[in-house]
Design a protein around this ligand. Sequence first.
Ligand code: MLT
Length: 388
Amino acid sequence: MSVKVKCLNPIAACGLDMLDDRYEIVENTEDAEAILVRSAGMHDMELPDNLLAVARAGAGVNNIPLEKCAEKGIVVFNTPGANANGVKELVVASMLLAARDITGGINWCKENKDNADVAKEAEKAKKAFAGTEIKGKKLGIIGLGAIGVIVANAANRLGMDVYGCDPYLSVEHALNMSRDVTLLKTNEELYEMCDYLTVHVPLLDSTKGMFNKEAFDKMKDGVVLLNFSRDTLVNEEDLKEALASGKVGRYVVDFPNPTTVNLPNTTVTPHLGASTQESEDNCAKMAVSEIRDFIENGNIKNSVNYPNCDAGVCPTEGRLAIAHKNVPKMLSQFTTLFSKDGVNIENMVNRSRGDFAYSIFDICSDIKEEVVKELEAMDGVIRVRVIK
Ligand code: MLT
């Protein structure tokens, strides 16, 4: 029987092509065992009982009820880094567009398309669109994940003085970052010194509204604030005041909403950051390969609500994958049950993340239905899957 996959948004064909005849794309969400999604909202959705996994082809997961999924044993994945280059290129373009009134100049030319003296008049008109260069300006990057680090490197190559802050900077990202980038301990230090600020953090309860009056007050007068993460990271009432007073010179935001599209000195783009052929292809391929590894091997890579857990391809007769609560005695209960049934464990991987944990057992015999039933009945067990 094939595994039923529902796409809640259009997913690039090169990713869907990676689903072989063991998978089937279905129309009805109720039938789905796996969901592929971009930005469709899932918070009000009834989660099907058969649903095993959700893969977000993108980075932000604020459209998915992560906790609710975890409670039901539904593993949620995202595709970190897969669209980072697309976002980086738009951030760089946006800094250049904020430094000079290039769009104003382009519009002037369009308005003068029937003017025979356009060449002469352009020489007079152009002073209205003149600006500054980004070389030598200070750029502050809040969040040095997959996107923040490559924005830092690109800006450094363009001659900017680059500063960054990220209390959770990973070794991998630190190793990828140019040594010319100066790390600061607090966002406040960035606010005080930077001409441009760009934010690359996820939307969480702790980051929602982080750009508020208190933060704006600490920023340099006329700062350019770039937001390619999520609109609600910014307190838009406080931003209105900061724009009116000139504290924030320009706000560049990739999230149109009834407020942002009406703000003065603001450039709004329609969530274009990852809308490139390459980013869409990369995200789709990564999302599908995460789903396949999970369905076929029980492995978890790049999950945002369960721990990563990789046991490779099963070399033995049978494999069991158990999603469970991260509470004492779970493992001892599993192993006691296996030993009671004479089941020999060949390999075992157990990982935890917050309140949830995940265990993979490779065993050298078939898995009996009664054992599965006993596991399912244990307190703290959320879902048991017989992978093989
Ligand atoms: C992301 O979260 O990856 C970006 O907002 C792009 C997208 O949603 O496609």
